[in-house]
Design a protein around this ligand. Structure first.
Ligand SMILES: Cc1ncc(C[n+]2csc(CCOP(=O)(O)OP(=O)(O)O)c2C)c(N)n1
Ligand SMILES: [Mg+2]
Length: 349
């Protein structure tokens, strides 16, 4: 079905760039598809009882992280909420390690002891995975503080939802981040719902990017179903932060196709609403159309990519199933940090 343009209120971001190369488009297609297929597989494994506890899928929101990662450089950091699998895959963490963690296996990023909401990678500068709504926002400012202190030009992408945007700690963080000119990009993933509560029911002022104005933080709203628009807005925000001008807010308008978590009764919106977004605004379909219409790729090329992605995802599920559960003794490891700088604990005390 033909893709509809975003409503006027949702397109205040920079214009999508027409000079995006074939290779870039193919990369975005691949990266978004990997997240979607990975999440579908996670949903299946959950249904089979192989994943326990909470599991929040990112299906529908793929263009947000893929667009912003396209604007990032080595050393930039990212931190997000519990809806975190897409962020991990987009920053280059391995599908095997994430799937094994979801299934509680030794081969997972937290050795099977963290699960869906608690994964980290120092190598990829991914700082979680946080289950407390909004708690990652001050932590994100802290990460940016570290970069400023060290004198490099890295930025921190601090992701949170429309629901989290009503939390007090977000505004305390805004104030400190702007006061100290911290290189932090506050990315509000506005998927229009906080669990079963729509923005319309929870929030009178619905332009969340504008809330930075009171603190002196610039911001803009972006069409989050258009990966090129997200990338363009991300580049603008990144340039602002790297230039030492302090924080920036991006409100990315997106939509989750699945329930809040795996145990969502889905009574707060109609099937038609979800179907309409899938049919008319899907971000992966958009890039697919750009590739085909611009003769950048044939149907066969895209089929080959689909197969490549399916193989990666199936391999991750096999790896997870074959990886053992953590040994009982692991209950007592990784509780306290073991590699603190020399003497730091004593000196502080
Ligand atoms: C401090 C706190 N309050 C409430 C909850 C329960 N809770 C978990 S997710 C959620 C909704 C958050 O919605 P939003 O920020 O829009 O993120 P989304 O799930 O849409 O990505 C709530 C209320 C929680 N985990 N932490
Ligand atoms: Mg939300």
């Amino acid at each position: 079905m033909a893709r509809k343009p975003a409503p006027a209120a949702e397109t205040q971001a920079a214009e999508p760039q027409s000079n995006t190369s074939r290779d870039e488009l193919l990369q975005y297609y691949r990266d978004m598809l990997l997240i979607r297929r990975f999440e579908e597989k996670a949903g299946q494994l959950y249904g089979m009882g192989l994943i326990g506890g909470f599991c929040h899928l990112y299906i529908g929101q793929e263009a947000v992280v893929v667009g912003l990662e396209a604007a990032a450089k080595e050393g930039d950091k990212r931190i997000t909420s519990y809806r975190d699998h897409g962020h991990m895959l987009a920053c280059g963490m391995s599908a095997r390690g994430v799937m094994a963690e979801l299934t509680g296996r030794e081969g997972g990023y937290s050795k099977g002891k963290g699960g869906s909401m608690h994964m980290f990678s120092r190598e990829k500068h991914f700082y979680g995975g946080h289950g407390i709504v909004g708690a990652q926002v001050p932590l994100g400012a802290g990460l940016a503080f570290a970069d400023k202190y060290l004198g490099n030009d890295n930025v921190t992408f601090t992701y949170f939802g429309d629901g989290a945007a009503n939390q007090g700690q977000v505004y305390e963080t805004y104030n400190m981040a702007v006061l100290w000119d911290l290189p932090v990009i506050f990315v509000i993933e506005n998927n229009q719902y906080a669990m079963g509560t729509s923005m319309k029911r929870s929030t009178r002022s619905t332009t969340l990017y504008g809330r930075g104005e009171a603190f002196g933080i610039p911001g803009e709203q972006v069409d989050g179903m258009d990966v090129l628009a997200v990338k363009a807005a991300g580049e603008k925000a990144v340039a602002h932060c790297r230039a030492g001008k302090g924080p920036y807010i991006l409100e990315v308008m997106t939509y989750r196709y699945r329930g809040h978590s795996m145990s969502d009764p889905a009574k707060y919106r109609t099937r038609e609403e979800v179907q309409k977004m899938r049919d008319e605004r899907d971000a992966i379909e958009h890039v697919r159309e750009l590739l085909l219409q611009g003769s950048h790729a044939s149907e066969d090329d895209l089929k080959a990519i689909d197969k490549e992605i399916k193989d990666i995802v199936n391999d991750s599920a096999e790896f997870a199933k074959e990886s053992p559960e953590p040994a009982l003794e692991e209950l007592w490891t990784d509780i306290y940090a073991e590699d603190l700088p020399q003497g730091s604990a004593e000196e502080v005390a």
